[in-house]
Write a new protein. Structure first.
Length: 414
């Protein structure tokens, strides 16, 4: 198997020979064209500091540690191509995301497999190396013979990532498109794992990852990130893109992060938002951050007490996204004043024709929208609540605080 493997550090400096075995130069770079083949090396570059020449993969008759033998001598001058992923420039020593291990790593070498095709041999990227073995190869490349280095590296454990799990970070959106770099694997990850990755990256890489994700996944990921980092990422985005992400966030989380931004930036983002989510967020922005109103979300379900269970269940199913983090329906009277709550568990075990008023816990707690955070956390602790309705001075329900909101406040206070 070792005879079919080659490393990027070995490929660099490898001699290239013509049909008569005369040296043409040494390899200085190799490139993929992901839109054509995501793993096959498409071009090799040889030359010096001033000019490079290239040859294609299907011009390689054989490749080994002894060098590359060409099947023809047609070399073309190198011209920059945005469709190429150059392995030394774009991958070696760069940060990438290991979607399988859910972490950020720095590439220290690349492993190829040499495969025989009809009339030529081609290199296919199989892994990127991130461990001590690849560092050892790089330290001694050019100092010791390649065969010696391979022998000496054997006791060092392999630490590599399969190429299929590697997500390259490319800041330029147009180049991402040309290279066919898609965020599919990232979008399948849990937002909390993505958030950990985003926090490890530098500013440009963070922006690149968030921009590449769909707005819903980006919103879920940002919601898990430290609010200071949220603000810096949103400030770096175009107002239109930032607005798309903010619209997908829970209204209370959106309001929190907008309060962290410069007023001018916040206003630009709000200007780009759709009217309904914009109105919800603006209402929350009117509250002081450290009050119940500043903690609450406007995503809740409030139904009149005369509504029957069967109709309430249908309403909840239609509002699935709204009730995702909630555990109860708020029951109100005809003037939208707070009456009580009905836990979902009680409603789903009740008779379909019972009314919410009959099932409501009329001793359930609520809190005034101007109440301080300390009072909210005290109520949650005293009554072991999962959610707490928020009312205004007329006892009309204006929002809901969830246990997640309280946990966020407690974390912020640490």
């Amino acid at each position: 198997m070792a005879d079919t493997l080659l490393y990027l550090t070995e490929l660099q400096g490898l001699k290239v020979f013509d049909l008569k075995h005369r040296p043409l130069g040494r390899v200085v770079e190799a490139a993929l064209v992901p839109m054509v083949d995501p793993s096959r090396v498409d071009r090799f570059m040889i030359g010096g500091d001033r000019a490079w020449f290239t040859f294609r993969y299907d011009q390689v008759r054989s490749i080994s540690l002894r060098g590359i033998e060409l099947s023809d001598e047609l070399l073309t001058p190198y011209h920059a191509d945005e469709y190429m992923l150059r392995l030394v420039r774009d991958l070696l020593d760069q940060q990438i995301i290991d979607a399988h291990g859910r972490k950020v790593v720095r590439v220290t070498d690349v492993t190829f497999e040499i495969r025989q095709a009809e009339g030529y041999q081609a290199l296919f990227v199989t892994e990127v190396d991130v461990g001590l073995r690849s560092v050892f190869r790089r330290l001694f490349q050019g100092v010791l013979p390649r065969s010696w280095i391979r022998k000496l590296q054997e006791p060092i454990p392999v630490n590599s990532i399969s190429w299929q799990f590697c997500n390259i970070i490319e800041p330029d959106p147009m180049r991402r498109l040309r290279l066919n770099i898609t965020p599919d694997q990232l979008e399948k990850m849990h937002p909390a794992d993505l958030a950990d990755i985003v926090e490890e990256l530098g500013p440009d890489a963070r922006e690149a990852v968030i921009t590449a994700l769909d707005s819903e996944t980006a919103a879920e990921t940002l919601s898990e990130v430290d609010i200071g980092i949220q603000a810096r990422i949103l400030e770096s985005l175009e107002a239109e893109k930032a607005a798309e992400i903010i619209e997908e966030m829970a209204p209370d989380q959106a309001a929190d992060v907008l309060q962290e931004l410069e007023e001018e930036t916040s206003e630009e983002i709000l200007e780009e938002m759709e009217s309904e989510p914009k109105l919800e967020v603006q209402e929350l922005l009117e509250y002081d951050e450290d009050t119940a109103g500043g903690m609450m979300t406007t995503d809740f379900v409030a139904l009149p007490e005369e509504v029957r269970v069967a109709d309430a269940v249908r309403h909840i199913r239609q509002a699935q996204e709204t009730v995702e983090l909630l555990h109860a329906v708020v029951v109100v009277d005809r003037a939208d004043r707070f009456v009580g709550v009905v836990p979902f568990s009680r409603m789903f075990t009740a008779a379909p024709d019972q009314t919410l008023g009959e099932l409501a816990d009329r001793q359930a707690q609520c809190v005034l929208d101007t109440a301080p955070e300390s009072q909210v956390t005290e109520i949650f602790d005293k009554y072991s609540l999962l959610c707490l309705p928020v009312v205004d001075e007329q006892s009309r329900v204006v929002g809901m605080i969830t246990a997640d909101d309280v946990i966020s406040v407690l974390r912020r206070g640490k």
